[in-house]
Design a protein. Sequence first.
Length: 235
Amino acid sequence: MYHSVDECRDDPYLVTVTPERLRRQLAWLRRRGLTGVGVRELLRAHAAGRARRLVGLTFDDGYADFVEHAVPALLRYGHTATVFVLPGRLGGVNAWDEKGPRKPLLTADGIRAAAAAGMEVGSHGLLHLDLTAADDDVLTAELTESRSRLADITGRTPTGFCYPYGATDARAVAAARRAGYGYACSVDPGPLAGTFALPRAYIGQRDAAGRLNAKRLLHRLRTAKGAAGGGGADR
């Protein structure tokens, strides 16, 4: 789980990795014979029993720097990824991060450029709202209207959804399923873990080789525990 890729010293929410750090992390995957892919591709490979050397890579919030910095690095090392975007904030900024800094978000052209480069485009809702606190009308709009707008932009109805802030509850999970998505990503959904609440591991600027190894092991243990508890095995 990535967010922004940029040179940024002011990063109170720890959502930014530098382009150089991302390149090193992607090279680390490659050296281990692992290939980063979007979540849609990962789930299809998992269902076919061929996901052993694949790693799902996701970029939340749809920052403009995804096309500028992340896409070239991904392609350089033979990876792809899913970018979760906000069609209700096209060309806007991350206004939900009160402490800043302000970061520009992808425009419609930027979203199309990401798709043309082979990246999966998924929905992050319209406005980056906590769906567990949204009323029924807002919840429905965030899920269904964002999906419709992205279909208009890219010409392809998105398969994936990502809960803003990773905030997930049974009501939001049910709504994502009703909206027609094939999967949804969370962060650490606990007993809700499954196809519509996929757990992910946060990756940040401090994650060099040793920390990446540790996080890979911890994520395996966490997802194995979720499967044993009946939460679902689609990862």
